[in-house]
Design a protein around this ligand. Structure first.
Ligand code: CMP
Length: 143
């Protein structure tokens, strides 16, 4: 069982796509562990995207991620990291396969609707940046 960190970015929130995107992960059979609707600050944005510091797209990325609220989530399931990345699609909307979130709704590499962890290590790091351990709910489906 894996856990992964997903975050609907300001463009996904502003375009009214929270429900549509969450629905795709629910229908896939993944389990929601935690969610929060937040305005992140510069310190958190820089920690989140530390690996991209110095790249040409880093300044616009930070500016964009701070431009409005985001919807941060933790999901779990077998192969949750790979499955969610497959549903999200490639970073560039043009390269993303039809049927993926970024292909269906994305228009630009910088405004690509959602972030998803790319490895177990990234997932652990990103979950810890956004959530306290007690905010992650562990429950069985009973119905
Ligand atoms: P995300 O999955 O949040 O991780 C880094 C983000 O940087 C990426 O999505 C894009 O929004 C943005 N970005 C812009 N240009 C590039 C690029 N050339 N390669 C990777 N990420 C990029």
């Amino acid at each position: 069982m894996e856990q992964t960190f997903l975050m609907i970015k300001p463009d996904g929130v502003q375009r009214g796509l929270i429900g549509e995107i969450v629905s795709r992960f629910e229908k896939k059979g993944l389990q929601l562990c935690a969610a929060k609707f937040i305005q992140i600050n510069e310190e958190l944005a820089e920690l989140h995207y530390a690996e991209h510091e110095g790249k040409p797209f880093y300044p616009p990325l930070i500016e964009f991620i701070l431009s409005g609220p985001v919807f941060a989530m933790v999901w779990k399931g077998d192969q949750a990291i790979g499955l969610t990345r497959a549903l999200i699609g490639k970073t560039d909307a043009l390269a993303a396969a039809p049927g993926t979130i970024r292909s269906d709704y994305g228009v630009h590499t910088n405004f690509n609707l959602i972030h998803g962890s790319d490895s177990v290590e990234s997932a652990e790091r990103e979950i810890a940046l956004y959530f306290k351990p007690e905010e992650l709910l562990d429950y069985e489906h009973t119905i």
